[in-house]
Ligand binder design. Structure first.
Ligand code: NAD
Length: 250
């Protein structure tokens, strides 16, 4: 199951990717493995890239977070990078939104990031390259969309959490940054019709969806020893979506 990573830039580093069983997180896990890291996929779902170790983790649940971090740090002697990618994004308009759905989105997307970051900060690292937290936010943090009051506001919270944690964890030598993807090809977005996708990306400078590998490259940059002076930042990887629209004036 677990295969030794090839030698690379991240050789010796232990990287945990929450939500790494599929979608963007899976792409991030594969990229860190290819760059030489020992990768732990921490997810509700037991599926995971063949060459990573899997640990069952429910980011909503403090006991689950504690158990997963104890398991990994006792096995590897430390944890160097945490990528907080687990997230959910249901669509429901305000008038139909239940309190349970609102709380669920916040439990996964916000409380989850807080709990895993806290556990990570309390653990120690073992790699000379430095310790990093990379949060996966979304363009939705700063571009409102219909039916996503809970999701958009939860990702705005993730971006502010990123900045506060950057301040608090700098003395511990931990940098904290976020990557904000635009529309990315994952199993959920594969269900969108080509016409709908074309409409969504029509005004975006790069007229296509991105890939998990493109998000992964930004995560690798933020986890790299060379990014040691970058903290509290949000890196938009969105084909220019947040830059503005290329649609001509009517
Ligand atoms: N796909 C996109 O277009 C897009 C765009 C912007 C941001 N994002 C963000 O990227 C991240 C990944 O999205 P995706 O599209 O790959 O989603 P996905 O549904 O394909 O994958 C999400 C993963 O998170 C896991 N997960 C869900 N709840 C969990 C929990 N409580 N504990 C642990 N793991 C849990 C799931 O099992 C799954 O493996 C999310 O934070 C999402 O908000 C996605």
């Amino acid at each position: 199951m677990t295969e030794k990573p090839p030698p690379g830039r991240f050789s010796g580093a232990v990287v945990m990717v929450t939500g790494g069983a599929q979608g963007i997180g899976r792409g991030i896990a594969e990229a860190f493995h290819a760059a030489g890291a020992t990768v732990v996929v921490a997810d509700l779902d037991a599926a995971h890239p063949a060459r990573a170790e899997a640990v069952r983790l429910d980011v909503r649940d403090p006991a689950s977070v504690t158990a997963a971090f104890e398991q990994i740090t006792s096995r590897y002697g430390g944890l160097d990078t945490l990528v907080n990618c687990a997230g959910i994004y249901p669509n429901t308009s305000l008038l139909d939104l239940s309190l349970a759905e609102w709380d669920e989105v916040y439990a996964v997307n916000v409380r989850g990031v807080m709990l895993t970051s806290q556990a990570f900060a309390r653990a120690s690292g073992r790699w000379a390259g430095g310790r990093r937290i990379v949060n996966v936010s979304s363009g939705a943090a700063r571009s409102a969309r219909v039916g996503a009051a809970h999701y958009c506001s939860s990702k705005a919270a993730v971006e502010m959490l990123t900045k506060v944690l950057a301040l608090e964890l700098a003395p511990s030598g931990i940098t904290v940054n976020a990557v904000a993807p635009g529309l990315i090809e994952v199993p959920a977005t594969a269900a969108l019709t080509p016409e709908y996708v074309a409409t969504l990306v029509a005004g975006q400078p790069v007229h296509r969806m991105g890939t998990p590998a493109e998000i992964a490259r930004a995560c690798l940059f933020l986890a790299d020893p060379d990014s040691s002076f970058v903290t509290g930042s949000v890196f938009d990887v969105d084909g220019g979506f947040l830059a503005g629209t290329t649609l001509p004036p009517s």
